[in-house]
Design a protein. Structure first.
Lengths: 154, 83
């Protein structure tokens, strides 16, 4: 099973992606999908601008996805990450994990999201509701902690 | 070698990329950062807190002690905030 990784400006259709990932595999009993959306932070934001490192973004997510595929018996794994200007309510990231049973799919999707957040070269910048350019979003210690926990349970 | 910069590191340096020839003896990422900081205020500001800025060699994460010999492209950027 080779994980699928796409970095794109365009939006994605979760239903269509699940259908494509599970098509032709009747042994799949569980599909977990996670979608990350842009928040408006209680009306403060007009948009988020996502900058990325082309080439490394794909390579790094693929490395993490390959690691997930080694740790859990998966039938399918997909990650899509968007870049460019994304407005509140719009989708930023999608992870889908498919397996025979639910535990592997839940854990693999969780693992992939945690590592993606701390290792994939993407940076968010705020565009404020008043039309001005805001600052760069700061990395959260919580995200590093979430990633660390996978190194203790392995 | 080619250096590329992203997010606020790019803004502080004032360049998206550049070709550089570091002086002899520049062996690691940390050595490279030390040399870059001598090249002007923008670099000094970008690397004022060296522990925060991350690096990648040929699109793979690298640490301050990682050797840069043979590198084609070295990137500097803030901690990632995707997802």
């Amino acid at each position: 099973m080779t994980p699928l990784v796409r970095i794109q400006r365009e939006d994605f259709d979760i239903g269509a992606e699940i259908a494509a990932l599970t098509a032709g595999n009747p042994n799949i009993g569980a599909v977990v999908s996670f979608a990350g959306l842009c928040r408006d932070e209680s009306g403060r934001l007009a948009a988020l601008e996502l900058e990325h490192y082309p080439g490394m973004a794909e390579a790094e997510i693929a490395r993490v996805a390959t690691e997930a595929a080694k740790r859990w018996p998966l039938a399918g794994l997909l990650a899509i990450h968007r870049y460019g200007l994304i407005k509140p309510g719009e989708q930023i990231v999608l992870v889908i994990a498919a397996s025979s049973h639910r535990r592997e799919a839940f854990e693999a999707a969780d693992f992939l999201m945690d590592y993606l957040k701390t290792r994939a070269p993407f940076w968010k910048r705020e565009h404020l509701a008043d039309g001005t350019l805001g600052g760069w979003v700061e990395a959260k210690a919580d995200d590093d902690d979430a990633t660390q926990r996978w190194e203790q349970v392995s | 070698m080619k250096l590329v910069y992203f997010a606020w590191v790019r803004e502080r340096v004032g360049l998206t990329e550049e070709m550089v020839t570091p002086p002899a003896g520049t062996a690691t990422i940390a050595d490279l950062v030390r040399w870059l900081k001598t090249r002007g205020e923008g670099y000094e500001l970008a690397f004022e807190n060296e522990a925060i800025v991350r690096a990648a060699i040929d699109q793979t994460h690298a640490k301050p002690a990682t050797a840069i010999a043979g590198a084609r492209e070295i990137a500097f950027f803030p901690p990632m905030t995707g997802g």
